[in-house]
Design a protein. Structure first.
Length: 153
């Protein structure tokens, strides 16, 4: 099931790419139903907080009528950053499933692991590497095209 939902998140990431945004997509699932969707939009919205995860959290909160999202899972194509992780924890997301690792800003083990910090009051279960190659390839292709280079497969 993780691969199916990550495929949906990848479709959202592709929407971001069509807008010239870094291709990251996210969705929130509760009891097998998608309740929130988002993709990166900080450039087009002139909003540094408009990451895919934040947009999906906002959508799910509106759909469910609550800022707390217990029993929900968040699927995202790229390992969350510190900002998104804070929002994920405040929303009480039960599980985060991500695709590609982010060696520069990822805080689910790549740079640091905020999810393993026992002093925090909410603990979210994390699964990484779901469709990691597909997620990583989308990002690599986007940045290669931006630099004017063709990525060799």
């Amino acid at each position: 099931m993780n691969e199916i939902y990550m495929g949906e998140a990848l479709a959202l990431a592709k929407q971001a790419a069509t807008l010239g945004e870094v291709p990251v997509g996210a969705l929130i699932v509760r009891n097998g139903e998608i309740v929130g969707r988002g993709f990166n939009q900080p450039i087009s919205r002139h909003d540094p907080t408009a990451h895919a995860e934040i947009m999906a959290l906002r959508d799910a909160a509106q759909s469910l009528g609550n800022y707390r999202l217990p029993h929900c899972e968040l699927y995202v194509t790229l390992e969350p950053c510190v900002m998104c992780t804070g929002a994920i924890m405040h929303a009480r997301i039960a599980k985060v499933i991500f695709g590609a690792r982010d060696p520069k800003t990822g805080v689910a083990g790549s740079v640091i692991d905020l999810y393993a910090e026992t002093r925090l009051n909410h603990h979210t279960h994390v699964i990484g590497g779901v469709l990691a190659d597909d997620c990583g390839q989308l990002l690599s292709s986007f940045f290669a095209a931006r630099r004017g280079k063709t990525l060799v497969a």
